[in-house]
Write a protein that binds this ligand. Structure first.
Ligand code: KG4
Ligand code: ZN
Length: 358
């Protein structure tokens, strides 16, 4: 079956064609129009600009996704669209477009949860081990979410932990902005941290080496982004605020900040905090492995720590290739196929929702 996957929940308009059947997923095209240059000026996503930019891009992008896949619209068997969570004005563009296409071509339509789609990206293509059979732990880390789910089957996700305030990506972006990185700051943060690990602990130039050898004696202390109440929840606002205060204070006193070393310390707290809660989840539940997904799962240091943690516990670890960690249409098509197989078709009253649960 050929599936058209449509994504417009945030600042990426994405349309892809995926062929899926019992033997697997075969990506045929993956058209993405990033709005980042439009939002960069404001240091974050401006919802109204996002909605307008999706409206401008979506038709042309669909035509090019079909063309690159080498198929005509008549070959499609399913339309899948992200319906939640996200920016409501942005989501509505994709949902309305998908509904019109489905009704005009007489095609079945499925509504896709954006976070489930991120996790499905690992099944389209994965680095590290293949995606384990359910139940497995899914860690979804993006600009808007930091959540852990037990994936019970392809369409049933049970949330066992989530951030109580900011998401990990949001913390990277806000602190990165003060450090002079342009929006979104995650990838630049990743590179700067790598340089610092190489410089600060050349004998073991990784985040693990830094945590083992440098962090215990480091003058720079940042709080852990976790709740201390025994829950599996995260809290990134304390870490973000502490970092912002340190940078403001240095700015006021004229104290020079070693930017890469600052990134290294911040990244170490983020990865350590996330890994501590993944470890607790694996201790509390009997699971077949871990899948990391979402924009922040492209972080090389987080991947290294998660892979090491899984190796220690003897479980497989899987994650999408970096190109499929961010928002894309293939992940929506893949999750759409799963929803379709589970018989969860959307009807003509489908609406978008900004919330995690529609
Ligand atoms: O999943 P995504 O593309 O969009 C949302 O659904 O939010 O995630 C975007 C987030 C941004 O905050 C970006 O800074 C972050 O992913 N990100 C990274 C890296 N690449 C992207 N964060 C840390 N390290 C990276 N290498
Ligand atoms: Zn996303």
């Amino acid at each position: 079956m050929y599936i058209l996957g449509i994504e417009s929940s945030c600042d990426e308009t994405a349309v892809a064609v995926l062929r899926a059947d019992e033997s697997g997923y075969f990506p045929l095209s993956d058209a993405i129009h990033s709005q980042i240059p439009l939002h960069r000026l404001y240091g974050g996503v401006v919802p109204e600009i996002a909605g307008r930019a999706h409206t401008e891009a979506i038709s042309g992008l669909t035509a090019s996704a079909l063309q690159s896949a080498g198929i005509d619209v008549s070959a499609l068997g399913l339309v899948a669209v992200t319906s939640h969570p996200g920016l409501i004005g942005a989501l509505l563009v994709g949902v309305n477009f998908a509904k019109s296409l489905a009704v005009s071509r007489g095609l079945p339509l499925v509504a896709v949860d954006h976070m489930k789609a991120h996790v499905a990206a690992a099944s389209v293509a994965s680095v590290f081990d293949p995606v384990p059979p359910p139940p497995y732990l899914a860690l979804a880390v993006s600009g808007g979410h930091t959540s852990m789910y037990i994936v019970e089957d392809d369409v049933t996700f049970r949330e066992i932990g989530a951030t109580r305030d900011d998401a990990a990506g949001e913390a990277f972006d806000k602190v990165g902005r003060l450090l002079g990185f342009s929006y979104p700051a995650g990838a630049a943060f990743d590179r700067a941290s790598a340089e610092a690990y190489a410089r600060l602990c050349p004998e073991e130039p990784t985040v693990t080496g830094y945590i083992r050898r440098v962090r215990p004696h480091a003058a720079l202390r940042l709080p852990a982004p976790v709740m201390g109440d025994g829950s599996l929840d995260f809290s990134f606002s304390g870490l973000k605020t502490a970092a912002v205060n340190l940078l403001h204070h240095a700015g006021q006193t004229g104290e020079a900040i070693d930017r890469d070393a600052f990134c290294a310390a911040f990244t170490a707290e983020v990865t350590e905090g996330i890994c501590s809660r993944v470890r607790m989840a694996l201790e509390r539940h009997t699971l077949h492995g871990v899948v990391a997904a979402g924009g922040v799962s492209a972080n090389s240091h987080l991947r290294e720590r998660l892979r090491a943690l899984c190796a220690e516990t003897g479980l497989p670890f899987s994650a999408p290739p970096p190109a499929l960690c961010g928002d894309n249409g293939l992940m929506v098509a893949a999750q759409g196929y799963r929803e379709y197989r589970a018989g969860r078709l959307a009807d003509s009253s489908l609406n978008a929702s900004a919330a995690d649960e529609p």
